[in-house]
Structures are given as structure tokens and as C-alpha cells.
Design a protein around this ligand. Structure first.
Ligand SMILES: Cc1cc2nc3c(=O)[nH]c(=O)nc-3n(C[C@H](O)[C@H](O)[C@H](O)COP(=O)(O)OP(=O)(O)OC[C@H]3O[C@@H](n4cnc5c(N)ncnc54)[C@H](O)[C@@H]3O)c2cc1C
Length: 503
């Protein structure tokens, strides 16, 4: 488990909030309505929501409350991305008629200090004291089951009516010869850097690898990104990944797809990495290696066997559609049991668990419409099924795409590389999924997610007035394109007759 470095005034505030050094665990209640293991997003939302409804709740955290999102994930990465975007804007200002004297560069220690300051500020929301004030019994220590109805933490036994496993996931250490000896960064250590690595190799072409590769490149590192798959973001359609590859090329990232690492050797000049692409070996020299390839659920050490909870080391705790484990009194939420490992899914599943565990609800995981966004530039946001996924599931779809090069605001902004694409069930306006590639795609996807949640089709989206000019107008233009398909030759004929008759 990683310590937070550099342990400056901001990190000290953070730790004082999310793992106070002098914290005294309370005396356990005779029995809890809910014991929550893990105080990342899933655990915090479950505990706060349940306590707010009057439940007696215990929350157990072994390291830092706030989990990955606050400490090693969303928050620090988005702070860095913000700084890196500003520098990219400066770099790209010339075509917009702005002359910036040469020499604009990132002050990396200041970028990271800003991140630590903001992370410390945000950490108040997740603080142990705040949760105590919400009426939650907060226990700091490693939690493990001591039976099907009890958990042990720091020498105390917590008996429960229901429990929730929300222990999250951790980075997978790539099994590469020499890598452990050479040393490498993960999301748990990269945000502790105070000096910019001159040469950085990023392993993994998924969201974490892509976001951080671009951020470090823009902040000044020479970056190589290596992924096993033939495209970045393997879950996205090919043309989506191609836009990202073009953006990376513009940024000057050295792209190695279909690439594995055979070994790493420590040399005086740095870490010598042997890359194999399509059977051909290449050797590169770097200063740091960032492993962003895969996440493993935290299921070990919980004594799940004792609780009768089945799990898999790769996919995590086994749950049914109601997020109930094989022990009917124990539920799971967040990264420890989900394929979609995001903060908002941790939050959404926590809400399902509160209803199902405490109020005999029947809320289903499968009923959720889960959007996600990769915060590269451009951003890639997604909800429901893409074209490829719909084909794979045998769902016949019609696809409507509006390219940003046809959208006035995107042209004015100089942000034309991207699109809004919506899949509807063939012959209807029912949305089955959408992809948006745009500078602020993460903000735009909410409208389509709302439409899906509210069972609103493209016909309704076509009636939504968007302020002009916005990039979100592309959504309405997609809906207009759908509406035009309703104008069949037969209907056009009727309109013509009517207009002739009323002339
Ligand atoms: C670099 C990076 C960037 C990301 N960016 C985004 C983003 O922009 N948007 C997004 O939606 N998602 C993002 N994510 C994913 C997001 O961080 C996770 O999906 C989210 O944190 C999952 O929350 P969780 O509560 O399930 O697990 P976690 O946040 O992992 O929390 C689990 C907690 O359980 C504790 N724990 C584990 N075992 C025990 C035990 N035995 N006893 C007590 N406590 C225990 C851990 O210490 C931890 O605090 C990012 C992830 C990374 C790594």
C-alpha cells in the first residue's frame, strides 16, 4: 500500500481528513444494520445514504478514505489534465491568431502542487470526521469477515444484519522480466512525482494509460505508449480510436500498438526496455515506466470463504443482478464486483445496494444506463452499445452521425475532429447507445443518457432547443437526421398534394 509523498502541507491536510493519525475507533454497536468494507466512492455513498435514512452503519477503511478516486485516480489525474490542456492550448494558439512568445513550458512541481492543494481541499467531503458527524461509526483498520454475519477490524467485532463489500481494485503489476527490479510507477505512485520524467514509457492503451500518456507528453515528457491491442481503447469503435491516435500523433507521442514488453534492464543511462511489435524487437531507453494495464479486484485477505462469499481473482466478488453475493446478507458495490470500473458506477451501485439490502428493494444492475468518458483531448464519451457491440449482440440498429466539422461552434472553436453518433433500434427512434468524440464530450453525453433513462427517443431530442452556437447542437442535428428518414416518398407526396390544394 502506497504512502502519500511528498508529505507536504497539502498531503498532511489530506491525511488528517481521510486517515487521521490520532483517530480512535468507536466502541462497536451490538449489531449494525449495515457494515461497509472499504471507504472509496462505493463505500462512502452506501454509508452516508444508509445513515441518512436512519440505519446504524459501520464503515471500515484500511488506508485512505476516498479510495482511488480522491487519492490516486479521478481527482489527481483531472487536475494534471487541466494543466496539460492549458499548455496544449498555448502551443496550438497560433492558428487562432494568437502569438505567444516561444518558451511556454510547464512548471511541473507547481502543476503537482496545485493538484495536491485541490485534492486536499476536496478531501473534506470524504473525511472521517464528516462521516462521524453523519452518524456513521468509522473504523480505521483492515477489515475481514469472521463469519457470515460479522466482520473484524482492529481487534473489534462488528456484527451485522447486512454487509457491503466495497473494497475496490488495484493496479495489476505487469509480469515482465526485470520490471520489478527496474522499478515502475502505477496510479498509486505517479501522482507523488515532483519532477517531470524526461522519458516516460506508458504501458496500456486503456483509459488510464491514454489519459496519462497525453498529459505527461503535453507537460513536456517524451512519451512512448505501448499497448497489446491493435487500437487504443479496445471497447470503442475503430474510427473513435483512430481520432485518438491522430491526436496523440499531433502531440508527438510515440505510439506502439500490438506491442508487448519482453524485458527491462537497468542501465547507467536509464531503463532499457525491449518492446516486441508484430514479432519485431525494438529497444528504447526511458527514465520511468508507468504501468496502466489492468486493474485487479481487492478480494484477498477478506476471508470471504468464512462469509460464504464466492469470488474470482480477476472478475471480483460474484454478485447477482441485485448486487447480492452468494451470502444473501452480503452485497457488493463498485470496482470489486463490476466490469465498468468508474466512480459514477460505484456511486450508482451503492444506491442500488442501500435499497436492496436495507429495504428489500429489487433494483437491478442491468437496468442502469452507464455512460463513461475518457478524458483525453478530444474526450471520448459513450453510453449504451456502440455499433460493434450492437452487432455482436444481434441488435439491428440504424446509425446517425454528425461530424463536428459540420457544426458551426466546433468550426469556430477550431475543434472539428470528432462526432456525435447515435445508434437506434432499427426502424425506430429508440436509442440503444451513443458515442461522442469532442473536447467536452463528457459534458455532452449526459443529454443522451437522460434520453435513454427517460425512454425519450430521437424524435423528442429533435424538439429540444439548443442555444446557438454550441457543440451540443450536434445532438439535435443527429435527431434531425433521424426525422428526415421519416419523410418517405409517400409522405412527401401527400404533403405536395396538400400544399397544392391549399395554394
Ligand atoms: C488514474 C485513474 C483515473 C481514474 N479516473 C476516473 C474518472 O475520471 N472517472 C471515473 O468515473 N473513474 C475514474 N477512475 C476509476 C475510479 O477511481 C474507480 O472506479 C473508483 O474509485 C471505484 O470506487 P470503489 O469505491 O469501488 O473503490 P476504491 O476507490 O478502490 O475504494 C476501495 C477502498 O476500500 C479499501 N479497502 C480495500 N480492502 C479493504 C479491507 N480489507 N478493509 C478495509 N478497507 C479496505 C481501500 O483502501 C479503498 O480505500 C480512475 C481510476 C484511476 C486509477
Amino acid at each position: 500500500m502506497s504512502a502519500l509523498l511528498p508529505d507536504d502541507e497539502y498531503d498532511r491536510v489530506l491525511v488528517e481528513n481521510v486517515h487521521p493519525r490520532q483517530w480512535q475507533n468507536p466502541e462497536p454497536a451490538p449489531r449494525y444494520n449495515l457494515v461497509v468494507l472499504g471507504a472509496g466512492t462505493a463505500g462512502l455513498v452506501t454509508a452516508a445514504g444508509a445513515a441518512g435514512l436512519g440505519a446504524k452503519v459501520a464503515l471500515v477503511e484500511r488506508h485512505l478514505m476516498g479510495g482511488d478516486c480522491l487519492n490516486y485516480g479521478c481527482v489527481p489525474s483531472k487536475c494534471m489534465i487541466r494543466s496539460s490542456r492549458v499548455l496544449a492550448e498555448v502551443r496550438d494558439a497560433h492558428p487562432l491568431g494568437i502569438r505567444i512568445p516561444p518558451g511556454a513550458a510547464a512548471d511541473f512541481p507547481a502543476v503537482m502542487e496545485r493538484m495536491r492543494r485541490l485534492r486536499a481541499r476536496i478531501s473534506h467531503h470524504d473525511s472521517a470526521r464528516r462521516f462521524r458527524e453523519l452518524g456513521v461509526d468509522v473504523f480505521l483498520g483492515e477489515g475481514r469477515f469472521a463469519g457470515p454475519d460479522r466482520v473484524e477490524v482492529a481487534g473489534k467485532t462488528l456484527r451485522f444484519r447486512r454487509a457491503v463489500i466495497a473494497t475496490g481494485a488495484r493496479p495489476v503489476d505487469p509480469p515482465v522480466e526485470g520490471l520489478a527490479e527496474a522499478g515502475f510507477l502505477t496510479n498509486e505512485t505517479v501522482f507523488s512525482l515532483t519532477a517531470l520524467p524526461r522519458r516516460l514509457l506508458v504501458l496500456g492503451g486503456g483509459p488510464i494509460g491514454c489519459e496519462l500518456a497525453q498529459a505527461f507528453r503535453r507537460l513536456g515528457s517524451e512519451v512512448i505508449i505501448a499497448g497489446r491491442t491493435p487500437q487504443f481503447l479496445p471497447r470503442e469503435d475503430q474510427d473513435t480510436a483512430a481520432i485518438l491516435a491522430r491526436a496523440f500523433q499531433r502531440d508527438g507521442i510515440d505510439i506502439r500498438l500490438r506491442t508487448t514488453i519482453s524485458r527491462v534492464v537497468v542501465m547507467a543511462e536509464g531503463k532499457e526496455v525491449h518492446l516486441v511489435t508484430d514479432g519485431r524487437e525494438d529497444v528504447v531507453m526511458v527514465d520511468e515506466i508507468l504501468a496502466g494495464a489492468g486493474r485487479a479486484p481487492n478480494v484477498e485477505g477478506l476471508n470471504l470463504e468464512q462469509a460464504g462469499v464466492k469470488y474470482d481473482l480477476r472478475s471480483g466478488v460474484k454478485v447477482n443482478d441485485f448486487l447480492q453475493t452468494t451470502n444473501p446478507s452480503v452485497y457488493a458495490a463498485g470496482d470489486v464486483c463490476l466490469a465498468h470500473k468508474f466512480t459514477h458506477t460505484a456511486d450508482a451501485t451503492a444506491r442500488i445496494v442501500i435499497q436492496n439490502a436495507l429495504f428489500r428493494g429489487r433494483k437491478k444492475l442491468s437496468a442502469l444506463n452507464i455512460p463513461w468518458c475518457t478524458y483525453t483531448d478530444p474526450e471520448i464519451a459513450h453510453v449504451g452499445f456502440g455499433w460493434g457491440e450492437a452487432q455482436a449482440r444481434g441488435i439491428p440498429v440504424d446509425t446517425f452521425t454528425r461530424h463536428l466539422r459540420e457544426v458551426d461552434r466546433a468550426i469556430a472553436d477550431g475543434e472539428e475532429d470528432g462526432f456525435v453518433r447515435v445508434q437506434v433500434r432499427k426502424g425506430t427512434d429508440r436509442i440503444v447507445g451513443a458515442t461522442i468524440v469532442a473536447r467536452h464530450a463528457g459534458e455532452m453525453i449526459g443529454e443522451i443518457t437522460l434520453a435513454m433513462v427517460g425512454n425519450l427517443g430521437l424524435k423528442t431530442l429533435a424538439t429540444v432547443i439548443h442555444p446557438y452556437p454550441t457543440q451540443a447542437e450536434a445532438i439535435k442535428q443527429v435527431a434531425d437526421a433521424y426525422n428526415r428518414t421519416r419523410l418517405t416518398p409517400f409522405i412527401k407526396g401527400i404533403f405536395r398534394l396538400w400544399l397544392k390544394w391549399t395554394r
